[in-house]
Design a protein around this ligand. Structure first.
Ligand SMILES: [Zn+2]
Ligand SMILES: [Zn+2]
Length: 191
C-alpha cells in the first residue's frame, strides 16, 4: 500500500484599512491607506508542493516526513497536513486483456493469482499446476467486483491470495449466488 502527504495552506485575504474592501495589493480608491492581512478558510487538500518524493510505503514514514516539513518553519509550519492512501487501479486487464476503469483505495483491492491461458494446457497435461512463481502464474491486485467475476467465470484457474482475503471474497461470492438462487426461485414461484 502506498501513502502520500496532502497539504492545504490557509488562504490570505488583503483588505483596505479605509473601506474594508477586499483588495489585491492596495486599494484602488484609497491607495494611501494601509492594508490588513487576514487568514481565511483553508484551501483545497492537494499533494502538490510537497516535493517529488511524496510516496511512502507506511503511514508512519509519511507522518515522520510531515514532522520534517513542519520543522522548515514559516509557511510549512503553518500549513495543515494529512496522510492519504494513494488511489490504486484495478489490474484485471492482466487477466481479461482489457483493464476496467475502477480506481479506489488500495485497501479495497484483493490479490488474485491466475494461470495465463497459454500455460493452461501444459499444466493440464501434467495434471499438476505447480506453485507460484515457478509455475508461471501471475499475481495482480484487482477490485472486489473484478475478483468476483474472475472467480465466477474462471474459478478453476484463479484464486485469491491470502486466507483472510480468500474468506472475505468467498463470502461475497456465496452471497451473490444466494441472491441469484432466491431470484430464480422467486421467478419460478411466480410462473
Ligand atoms: Zn479602500
Ligand atoms: Zn477490474
Amino acid at each position: 500500500m502506498a501513502y502520500q502527504i496532502e497539504t492545504r495552506k490557509a488562504g490570505r485575504l488583503l483588505t483596505c484599512d479605509a473601506c474594508g474592501a477586499e483588495v489585491g495589493v492596495s486599494c484602488f480608491d484609497h491607495p494611501r491607506a494601509g492594508v490588513s492581512t487576514m487568514t481565511v478558510r483553508p484551501g483545497e487538500w492537494t499533494p502538490e508542493g510537497i516535493g517529488a518524493d511524496n510516496m511512502f510505503t507506511t503511514r508512519a514514514s509519511a507522518e515522520q516526513a510531515i514532522t520534517q516539513l513542519c520543522a522548515l518553519g514559516d509557511e510549512w509550519a503553518r500549513a495543515e497536513y494529512r496522510v492519504t492512501e494513494m488511489p490504486a487501479g484495478c489490474s484485471c486487464g492482466e487477466w481479461s486483456g482489457e483493464a476496467c476503469a475502477w480506481s479506489g483505495p488500495a485497501s479495497a483491492t484483493v490479490e488474485i493469482e491466475f494461470m495465463p491461458a497459454h500455460l493452461r494446457s501444459t499444466h493440464e497435461a501434467a495434471r499438476n499446476v505447480g506453485v507460484y512463481p515457478h509455475n508461471g502464474a501471475v499475481r495482480c491486485y484487482v477490485s472486489r467486483d473484478c475478483a468476483l467475476e474472475m472467480l465466477e467465470s474462471d474459478g478453476e484457474w484463479c484464486h485469491v491470495v491470502g486466507p483472510v482475503a480468500q474468506a472475505e471474497v468467498l463470502a461475497l461470492l456465496a452471497g451473490r449466488m444466494r441472491e441469484r438462487l432466491d431470484a430464480a426461485q422467486g421467478a419460478g414461484e411466480g410462473a
